[in-house]
Each structure stands twice: as C-alpha cells, then as structure tokens.
Write a protein that binds this ligand. Structure first.
Ligand SMILES: Nc1nc2c(ncn2[C@@H]2O[C@H](COP(=O)(O)OP(=O)(O)OP(=O)(O)O)[C@@H](O)[C@H]2O)c(=O)[nH]1
Ligand SMILES: [Mg+2]
Length: 321
C-alpha cells in the first residue's frame, strides 16, 4: 500500500492525483482524529464545487441517472466526482457491485472520479465520512460532486440535505406512489425526477406530485420545484435536467433563500462534527470505562445525567458540574 505524508497529500490532492485522493478518503474512515489538521487545511482550499444529492427509492435508477449526468457534465467540460453511498441495508443487495461495474466505464477519464462509501454499521459515521470525502474532492478541484443515496433512512436524508441541489428520483407504478416515500424526502427536493418515464403511470405520478405541491408539502421558497421526466437507460430528458440544475444554482447564488439554506447546511455539518469530536474525546480509547459507567447506570447506582457529566470531565472537556 502506498504511503503519503500530510505534506504529500497537501501537494497532490489539489493536483487531483487520483491515488492520493482515494487513499485519503480510505484513511479518513479510520484515522479521522490524526488527520484533522490536514483536513482543516484542505477545507480551506475547498468551497468551489457544486454538490448535487441524488436520492430516491431502491432501484429507482439513481446510478443509471448519475452515469448520464456525468456524461452530460463532461460534455460541458466539467469535472465530476461521484460518491455512491452503500447503505448496509437489505435494500442495496447486489446492486452495489453493479454500480461499480457500470461506473467503471468512466474511470479512464482523469476528470471523473467514482467512489463508494460504506456504512460499516457506524452510527452517524456515514454522514461524517461523506462530509470528509466531499472536502477532499472539493479541494481536488472537481467542479461537481454528485452524492447518490437510497432515500430510506434519516442518515441518508441528512446527507443529501448538505448538498446544494437535491434531486428526488421517483418511478411510476410503485404501488402507493408518492405516499410510499419516506417522510421528509419530499421537503428536501429541489427537483423531482420521474425516471423510467417509458413505463405506464408517469402522468399519474406527475399529477400526484402536483397535488402534493399545491398542498404545500414540498419545500417552501421562491424556487419553483420542477417535475422532470427522464429515461435514464436511454439518456432521455437530461438536457432539461442539466438546465434546471444550472437554474437552481443561479437561484442559490443570487437569492437570500440560498444563503439561508447554506447556513442551515453548515449548522448541520458543525453539529455532526461536534458530536463526533465529543464522542471521540469521551469514548474512544476509554471504551471499558464507558461500558463500566453504563453498567453502573443500568444498576441505577448512578443516573445517566450525572454519568454524562462524568464522561465529559474525565475526557478533560469540562470540569465536573
Ligand atoms: N425501463 C427503465 N429502466 C431503467 C431506467 N433507468 C434505470 N433502469 C433500470 O432500473 C434498474 C435499477 O437501476 P439503478 O440505476 O441500479 O437504480 P438505483 O436507484 O441506483 O438502485 P439502488 O442503488 O440499488 O437503489 C436497472 O436494471 C436499470 O437498467 C429507465 O429510465 N427505464
Ligand atoms: Mg444505485
């Protein structure tokens, strides 16, 4: 395995050295504490990338759509990085491997980077890993970063919420239609994309979405959430999708709502990092003390409110009380 020093990472990442990028994203998953100073430096170089979240039900055609988006953005001369989030849920099944194979077609291109991130069952770990990977890719100067997640869990919703533009992918004829969607997913949509529009029921789905919009379930702002149609397998509908993406970005840059939205996303990021930092200081490396304390709580020798204070003070975060 190749070893890079922090200095080498700092030199190679902005030059978009693919091996350094891939290595740092992997390292981040296990050594975030040690890498924090490096990440802080990379973060200062970042901030130019447009981040697009693509979410929707399992099998909705998200990966096929992301492939098409990559093609369309490359035609515009933009560099693109893709992060495919593998939820360790039964939904992903064998599709994960399929994703890798399909997207591998683009890996010869030096302006395209594709990577999947796995949850490994770490609570909240996935959103943090996504933030870190996004920082690395942003510092590497990719124009666009596309994050694909299955919209089944709160974590995934939190992830796409940090994107600048969220595409919610739906398919016709999915039984309960819009009702089947996870609560919360409609609110985060900046555009609805009815994929598999070659199937029956696209009109019906579009109608249902319009009703939802008129009921105010969809995000409230002066951005009119478009309802688009695509056939990802044929590349149909992508000109309009790209057009809407660009319009949404312009709207974000020019309106106050865009500022509000970025502020909210940043608050979410800070909270997750704070949570991570505290847990790292109070629990990591002190797991047996943590477990002993939980055991004492269980026996009601100590209450959890006081126990948290104890954890804090023993981590040197605050003096007790
Ligand atoms: N008929 C039709 N099939 C499509 C379309 N888009 C994607 N598919 C097919 O739908 C299946 C699932 O596509 P994926 O792109 O893997 O879907 P996904 O949403 O990424 O799936 P997960 O990541 O497993 O949730 C594949 O067999 C695709 O070929 C479309 O527009 N029309
Ligand atoms: Mg997929």
């Amino acid at each position: 395995m190749i070893h890079f020093t922090s200095e080498q990472f700092l030199e190679l990442i902005p030059k978009r050295d693919m091996r350094a990028i891939a290595r740092l994203i992997t390292l981040q998953e296990n050594k975030r504490k040690e890498l924090r100073p490096l990440m802080a430096q990379l973060y200062r170089m970042a901030g130019k990338a447009r981040i697009i979240g693509v979410t929707g039900s399992p099998g909705a055609g998200k990966s096929t759509m992301v492939d098409q988006l990559v093609v369309a953005l490359r035609k515009l001369g933009k560099s693109v990085a893709v992060l495919a989030i593998d939820p360790s849920s039964p939904f992903s099944g064998g599709a994960v491997l399929g994703d890798r194979i399909r997207m591998a077609t683009a890996t010869e291109d030096p302006d395209v980077f594709v990577r999947s991130l796995a949850t490994r069952g770490a609570l909240g770990g996935l959103s943090r890993a996504t933030i870190d990977a996004t920082t690395v890719l942003d510092a590497a100067g990719f124009d666009y970063i596309i994050i694909e997640t299955v919209g089944v869990g709160q974590q995934e919703i939190d992830i796409v919420r940090t994107a600048h533009t969220c595409l919610v992918v739906l398919v016709p004829g999915m039984g309960d239609g819009v009702q089947a969607l996870k609560a919360g997913i409609l609110e985060i949509a900046d555009a609805f994309v009815i994929n598999k529009a070659d199937r029956d029921g696209a009109d019906q789905l579009q109608k249902e979405l319009r009703v939802m919009q008129s009921l105010g379930v969809v995000s409230e702002s002066d951005w009119q959430v478009p309802i688009l149609r695509t056939i990802a397998t044929e590349g149909t509908g992508f000109d309009e999708l790209i057009e809407q993406l660009v319009l949404h970005q312009k709207w974000l840059d020019s309106s106050n709502a865009g500022v509000v939205r970025r502020q909210r996303a940043m608050e979410g990021t800070l909270l997750r990092m704070l949570q991570d930092f505290v847990i790292e200081r109070a629990v990591d490396g002190h797991v047996s003390e943590f477990q002993a304390l939980a055991n004492r709580c269980m026996k009601r020798e100590v209450d959890p409110y006081s126990a948290v204070g104890e954890l804090f003070s023993s981590a040197g975060l605050v003096t007790h009380k």
